[in-house]
Design a protein around this ligand. Structure first.
Ligand code: CMX
Length: 135
């Protein structure tokens, strides 16, 4: 089976402000929101067909998303790919010269374990491996 995209992450200053575009104007299905303390973000999920959009609002100035917005403005922040074995893929990526930010999976939104690869080693794209833990 081909690998799926888990979600596309978009950095925003305010989830509430952004809901006007994604919910009211685009009419995407709102799936709910949650706080991911580990990552310093509040996230809201929307579905466009099979594609999940994850809006990320920083919880503090220390959040990587706050730094991203400060430096580059709001916009597409990361692409997350489904993984059946995040731990194993971290090893494989590292042995193929991909710099992993997370050397072991850590807790993400939606009951998942996640690991980020550094954009400097992935052609400028912040890439996330995302393993669902509830199936
Ligand atoms: N996409 C592409 N490039 C990015 C980037 C992103 N999202 N974030 C930073 N960069 C680039 C910067 O522009 C910078 O490039 P230049 O040196 O050419 O200017 C370089 O990466 C280093 O960036 P920095 O501002 O110095 O920031 P840091 O090195 O402190 O942090 C990163 C960058 C990617 C390691 C950090 O943001 C991180 O660990 N991110 C992963 C965690 C995260 O984003 N969590 C929130 C999501 C939560 C979730 O989905 O659950």
């Amino acid at each position: 089976m081909s690998r799926k995209i888990s979600h596309i992450g978009i950095a925003v200053k305010s989830l509430e402000e952004s809901s006007k575009l994604y919910k009211d104007l685009l009419g995407l299905d709102y799936e709910g929101q949650e706080i991911v303390e580990d990552q310093g973000v509040k996230v809201a999920f929307y579905l466009a067909g099979d594609v999940r959009i994850e809006l990320l609002e920083p919880l503090s100035d220390e959040s990587p998303v706050a730094k991203f917005i400060e430096k580059r403005g709001e916009g597409i922040h990361h692409i997350a790919f489904d993984s059946n074995d995040a731990e194993g893929e971290i090893e494989t990526f590292q042995s193929n010269d991909i710099r992993m930010i997370d050397k072991t999976p850590r807790k993400g939104a939606h009951s998942s374990m996640i690991a980020f690869a550094h954009p400097k080693s992935t052609g400028g794209v912040l890439l996330e491996l995302c393993q669902k833990m509830d199936k």
